[in-house]
Ligand binder design. Structure first.
Ligand SMILES: [Zn+2]
Length: 217
């Protein structure tokens, strides 16, 4: 798995199953896929009445130079008073999950959860929800538990307003699945056809900025 700058080529040979494409760290698309899922989890938390925040700094998990920024924070619902979500997508076919993932259903997601909990062990009374999705659709145990808890909150809130609870669990699953599929489709298309254009530059290089400062007008 390569972590490289946006404009660099990965250089890996294209495999016919797209196994490398869906886990390749080159380019912006893996983050794009991850962020789409995180946004939907934030929407779900807001829908059940929580205050939802993205990219949250957590001092309890930070030490020294290591800063812990969690993907989503849901706050204020009695059932989920302090929900810190760290989201990850894992590909079961990846070498690092084989051969265990071929024998045990959900191995890649479970491994993702274990790694997230190892990165952010519970501290100061706070702990994370490790939200793991497998590229083929399965959710990890914690993600399943979170969605069921959110659905129970939605049902309670609907009951207090005299309404039927609705099919929010089914709707949320469809939204999450669609976001993941869109992300994977973008990765496969980019692996085959490339990602057009250049990355947008936000800051001018120092020498250009100098020219601007010395402009005589
Ligand atoms: Zn690659």
């Amino acid at each position: 798995m390569n972590q490289r700058a946006d404009e660099e080529m990965c250089g890996e040979t294209l495999d016919c199953d797209g196994d490398h494409a869906v886990e390749c760290g080159t380019g912006p698309l893996r983050k794009f896929r991850h962020d789409a899922l995180a946004d939907i989890y934030a929407d779900i938390l807001e829908e059940i009445g929580a205050v939802a925040r993205r990219e949250v700094f957590v001092p309890e998990f930070s030490a020294g130079a290591v800063e812990a920024w969690l993907d989503v924070w849901g706050y204020g619902v009695p059932e989920l008073p302090d929900a810190l979500l760290d989201i990850t997508v894992r590909h079961p076919r990846a070498v690092r999950y084989q051969p265990a993932a071929a024998r045990t259903a959900g191995h890649a997601a479970a491994q993702g959860e274990r790694e997230k909990h190892a990165t952010y062990p519970a501290a100061g009374g706070r702990s994370i929800w490790a939200i793991a999705h497998e590229t083929w659709g399965r959710l990890g145990a914690q993600a399943e538990q979170l969605l069921k808890t959110c659905a129970a909150v939605a049902a309670r809130r609907a009951w207090r307003r005299g309404r039927a609870p609705g099919n929010c669990l089914r709707r949320w699953r469809a939204q999450l699945d669609a976001a993941l599929r869109r992300g994977i489709a973008a990765q496969l298309a980019a692996a085959r056809c490339g990602l057009p254009g250049k990355q947008r530059r936000r800051q001018a290089p120092a020498d250009r900025a100098d020219l601007e400062a010395r402009c005589p007008l």
